[in-house]
Design a protein around this ligand. Sequence first.
Ligand code: FES
Ligand code: FES
Length: 153
Amino acid sequence: MPVYSFRLNGRSATVDSWDADQPVLYVLRGALGLHGPKFGCGLGQCGACTVLVDGQAVRSCTLPVSRAAGRAITTLEGLGTPEKPHRVQAAFIAEQAAQCGYCTNGMIIASVGLLARTPKPTLDQVRQGLAGNLCRCGTHTRILRAVMRAAQA
Ligand code: FES
Ligand code: FES
C-alpha cells in the first residue's frame, strides 16, 4: 500500500492509503486520531476542517493525502496545551468565543495563520481573513474580539 510521510505537530507521521486522493481530514481524524479538525461540509466551504500546512491555513477536507507528503501540518492539538494554550486559544477562552464549538477549530487555526501574515491586523482585516469560516451559532462578534485580543498579547 502506498505510504505518505509528513511532519505532524512537530513529529514525523506516516500513513498508508490505497487512495492518493483521500482527504487529509480523514487521515487525521481516522488513522491518526486527531479530532481537532472537524468535518463540516466536506466541500471546502465552511472552514471547520482547517489545519496549517507549512504555516498556511488550508482546508483539510479537500487536500489529498498525496499532496501532504513532505509538508508540515499543524492541527489544533499542536498549537498549545490546556496548561499552556497558544495565545489565540487563550484569547478565545477569555472572550468565551464559542457556543457549540463546531467552527472553533477552523476559526482558531485561520486566526493563527492570519496573525502570522499580519501580526497587527485591523478589525476589517480580521473580518476579511475569517470571512470564509462559517459559524452557524452567530458567535462572530466574540470571535473577532478574541482575535483582536490575541493580536495585542
Ligand atoms: S469540512 Fe472542510 S471546508 Fe467544510
Ligand atoms: S460556535 Fe457553533 S458553529 Fe460557531
